[in-house]
Design a protein around this ligand. Sequence first.
Ligand code: NDP
Length: 433
Amino acid sequence: KTKNASEPEFLQACEEVLESLRPVIEKNEALYKKEALLERLVEPDRQFKFRVPWVDDKGQVQVNTGYRVQFNNAIGPYKGGLRLHPSVNIGIIKFLGFEQIFKNSLTGLPIGGGKGGSDFDPKGKSDREVMAFCQSFMTELCKYIGADVDVPAGDIGTGAREIGYMFGQYKRIRGMYEGVLTGKGLTYGGSLARTEATGYGLLYITQELMKDHGESMEGKTVVVSGAGNVAIYAIQKAQQMGAKVVTCSDSTGWIYDPEGIDVDLLKEVKEVKRARLTEYAAARPSAQYHEGRGVWSIKCDIALPCATQNELHLDDAKQLVANGVKAVCEGANMPTTLDATKYLQENGVWFICGKAANAGGVATSALEMTQNSERLSWTFEEVDAKLQQIMVNIYHNINDAAKRYGMEGNYVAGANIAGFEKVANAMLAQGVC
Ligand code: NDP
């Protein structure tokens, strides 16, 4: 804690994981201690911090900071997204990289954990400025990554446009056409269903959870936060499953639409125009727009936080419970604070944490890597069917892991245990490294 005192999000992620691993650790205490397994687990293999200079449209040089944390490659090449947002710092990247180790392990696919990004804000920048930043960022990052080494992907602020510019620069510098990034465009190695994967995967696992409790998605009221990649496709799939999604939000405000969110309109506003939610409200008579935050005050059966970390607080959890929520499944990474998670679990809410619930994105990225290695492209239906199977397997793995340690229904502990066991075994088998 002293060593990482300036990294609160990283400490929060470590605390959550290590606390829920307590029974596994106690069972193997002597071995883990001798091997310093936990000490090795919380220390990244390596981390890079670098200058990213670029020229804006006025001819002014701007300087951002770039990061890549290669956390753990015990079970496969490092894999994890690149976040472009002004809030990015080393603590945020480390928390995301640490979580990624267990998430990637849960997918059942051979991928290790890593994460990266920059404090660059793509909002309000021209395409040329975004390209200038991405090229400069990749000029440095390309020294550390590769198809069998470290394969970054998108995250907040990094969509198809940014991945395209970065891929172009990698190819130009390294002279290699390889699957070094995922989330690529369909004309140059991208996978069908990758765009939809995190949101769809979130709904596949939520559906399995409901089924296991004798319920279905049909007719349920769902509250979603966010209006980005994860939120949009979560809303779409929930509606296809017969649920009604009544909210979405962005960093300035939120929408309550009792008729159900119009996904086509939301996509037009967010994906095409890159505009604010006020434009959604202006075009949709049934929608109410509110400034600030507030989606968790709406009565619902299922809540899906899909925006960012620490966006669902204790007060929100209390409100959700008072309104009779049955399930909370995290589309974003660590959106629920520790005290809110505890409150939800203690009050009988079925809670699935992000590292299990949003693993569909990285799982489909791994499927993109497989297609790139095979030099083949699978159909949407093939990828979607594999994604669905992966999410169903994750649900049962985390449920079984929790049961094995006498914590039935604690899906957070189940996810951490199931993710950890595979990585720990691989680390022990590979000796002190
Ligand atoms: P996007 O950038 O596409 O969307 C993020 C959304 O959240 C936007 O609507 C944004 O609003 C909103 N948002 C961001 N910060 C805040 C804030 N502080 N308060 C309220 N709203 C905010 O990102 P993604 O949808 O890709 O990612 C969302 C979450 O899901 C992140 O935690 C990410 O790490 C996680 N995730 C994403 C995966 C993926 O495949 N995309 C995979 C696994 C996890 P605005 O438009 O105003 O910026």
